[in-house]
Design a binder for this molecule. Sequence first.
Ligand SMILES: [Zn+2]
Length: 256
Amino acid sequence: MTNKLTPEKIEEAARHYENITSGKTPILEKDKGLLKEQQPILDSQAQPIVDKQIKDMHDYLKKKDQNSYPLIPPTDPRLLMRIAPYTDDMLKEFKIEDRKELSKKMYASMVKYGGIGLSANQVGLPFRMFVMGGHPQIEDGKVRNCFNPLVNDVSPETVVMKEGCLSFPFLFLSIKRPKWVNVKYTDENGETIDEYLHGMSARIFQHENEHMNGYVFTDLVSKMKLDRAKKAQSKLVKQTIRTQQQRLRNEVKIKV
Ligand SMILES: [Zn+2]
């Protein structure tokens, strides 16, 4: 999940513009191949794609000095499937030592993309886990590594807030959610945590928990609302490009 964009955030995003233009984080309307309406995917069609992508992930992990994972496109079936319960023996196949190593890399990836929550399936890993927090203004930067998360109870009161998602850069949707949640998960040490979350933490947990079941936040709004948000998204993209160009021009001026 991402925060609402501020001018600073736009500037920060502009720095990642290379990723965006190279298609690693597709956002432009004209990228029809990646942003087209989601087609229902049959299991028989999905399996070869999944197999290939697992192979790609293996190849990627073989490379040295990889401290973070790349995001997968929003139409990737791995993002749209319910994830099986996590067990520690699943890590071996992906050459990950333990929960701590996975948590560390997940956190590094989340920070790299400027998020405040990231689910394993957003980077193509089939683990029922996500990382959240790390923002200085949210619970003093507390980080949670949540394995096999569960939402046990929610408040009757709801609150509407704008939300973003790292899998959908520059897209922000107003979403109504319970104000607080009672949650349960195991952490990076394998310890069971049962706690109440409030404010932004409650929201992030709910957002990431939906990723565990293959839902993305665009599933939660009407088509009309989504279309409106997509228009705002392309405006933000243009704004980002302008900021990027201005920054480059300023850099040239300084150099000259
Ligand atoms: Zn998300």
